[in-house]
Write a protein that binds this ligand. Structure first.
Ligand code: NAD
Length: 395
């Protein structure tokens, strides 16, 4: 069938199998071009491995470090003539490329928050690689079913304390307007921390430790974001920020659990990028459009794969201690947060409106990146050609 994009606000209902595969291949090519990464992990579990930061982590681990990988994700295969989700096609493409390169690639599709999926993953580790040296935790989800109580928790993106009003970009209509969001209730905060905080990361690490599938010196890394003051009310000081702060609590508890293995848990603060998760956050798409313009002009713009390649090459496997900030976090948002970049972004922020959007921000780049997430707008792909939308993962 011929597949065209069908965008509805911050989601695209279709995805292109060839485009997604090409996207994965381009990321693989990028990592290979940088050369092998010395002394990297050889057996890596990535929870949330089908899109965004998790996919790029898996690619950097496999094609940079030469690691066998196990990937866990929640994606939809093609059904009744509809395309599969983009993450499904990404996972298929990764699986194929890794196996062609002689690497183990096990892919598990299902709810990572459930105990069943943790158990299936443990079995898959035992059967394929025995133990893992590294666990990347890169889930982004709007809800979580608590495996102990069966209760469904729902994450919300709200400020805490006062209501929040600021500029916002309607990415469908290409209009800069004002958004006003009421403050979260205590219940909203608890819900968001339950979904996006550290509890499930801890549950994963406890289950993996108890099953003896973690190797000596194991590392585990979860991803976070801080960003500039303009997004603090909705991000860092809001419900999602509260959940991210809970990751720091989880680091301490996981480190205690891993002490017999000489293991280590870390949070990596990454750059704001266009992913399925970030496009749903108010204010952030406008900030990203301005940031991209500023960082491209400064020559230090990066996408997910450049960030994750740098995570492995310069931070985790640099032959020395892992550099961290005073709170013990890895900072891959260092270039985003450079004073010069942030001053320029802040200056643009006050001036930006619908009329000068194209001049002051890289909205075109934002839209292109968004479509690329679903396999559209990729060089060399014939979007008028018939494609097979049913693609399998062999696991
Ligand atoms: P994403 O939406 O691209 O990826 C989310 C992944 O989680 C996918 O692989 C998806 O299949 C998986 N997933 C979601 N629910 C699941 C479930 N129930 N079971 C199994 N898998 C499930 O998101 P992303 O932007 O790459 O975010 C990953 C992490 O990086 C998050 O912690 C996010 O806060 C963090 N981060 C993102 C940004 C950004 O700008 N995008 C910046 C810094 C940090």
């Amino acid at each position: 069938m011929v597949v065209k994009p069908r965008v509805r606000s911050f989601i695209c209902l279709t995805s292109h199998p060839t485009g997604c595969a090409q996207n994965v291949q381009q990321q693989i090519n990028y990592v290979k071009k940088q050369g092998p990464i010395k002394d990297g992990p050889k057996r890596v579990l990535v929870v949330g491995s089908s899109t965004g930061y998790g996919l790029s982590s898996r690619i950097a681990a496999a094609f940079g470090c030469g690691a066998d990988t196990i990937g866990v994700f929640f994606e939809k295969p093609s059904e009744k003539g509809r395309t599969a989700s983009a993450g499904w096609y990404n996972a298929c493409a990764f699986d194929k490329a890794a196996k062609e390169a002689g690497l183990v690639a096990k892919s598990l599709n299902g709810d990572a928050f459930s105990d069943e999926m943790k158990q299936q993953t443990i079995e898959a580790i035992r059967e394929s690689v025995g133990q893992v040296d590294q666990v990347i935790y890169s889930l982004a989800s709007p809800r979580r079913v608590d495996p102990e109580t069966g209760q469904t928790w729902k994450a919300v993106l709200k400020p805490i304390g006062d209501s929040f009003e600021n500029k916002n970009l309607d990415t469908d209509k290409k209009v800069v307007s004002t958004v006003s969001i009421d403050p979260a209730s205590d219940d909203d905060i608890e819900n968001t921390v339950k979904v996006m905080g550290g509890e499930d990361w801890e549950r994963w690490m406890n289950a993996l430790t108890d099953a003896n599938v973690l190797a000596q010196g194991v590392q585990t890394i979860a991803y976070s974001y801080i960003g500039p003051e303009v997004t603090w009310p909705i991000y860092t000081n809001g419900t999602i920020g509260r959940a991210k702060a809970d990751l720091d609590r989880a680091v301490r508890s996981i480190n205690a659990k891993l002490s017999d293995l000489n293991g280590r848990a870390l949070v990596s603060v990454n750059k704001a990028l266009v992913t399925q998760a970030s496009s749903a956050i108010p204010v952030v798409p406008l900030y990203i459009s301005i940031l991209f313009k500023t960082m491209k002009a400064a020559g230090n713009h990066e996408g997910c794969i450049e960030q994750m390649d740098r995570l492995y090459r310069d931070r985790l496997c640099n032959g020395n201690d892992i550099p961290t900030d005073e709170d013990g976090r890895i900072r891959l948002d260092d270039w985003e947060m450079l004073p010069d970049i942030q001053q320029k972004v802040a200056g643009t922020w006050v001036r930006i409106n619908t009329e000068n959007l194209d001049e002051l921000a890289d909205f075109k780049g934002y839209q292109e990146e968004f479509l690329r997430l679903f396999g559209f707008g990729i060089e060399g792909v014939d979007y008028d050609a018939d494609v097979e939308v049913e693609v399998d993962i062999h696991g």
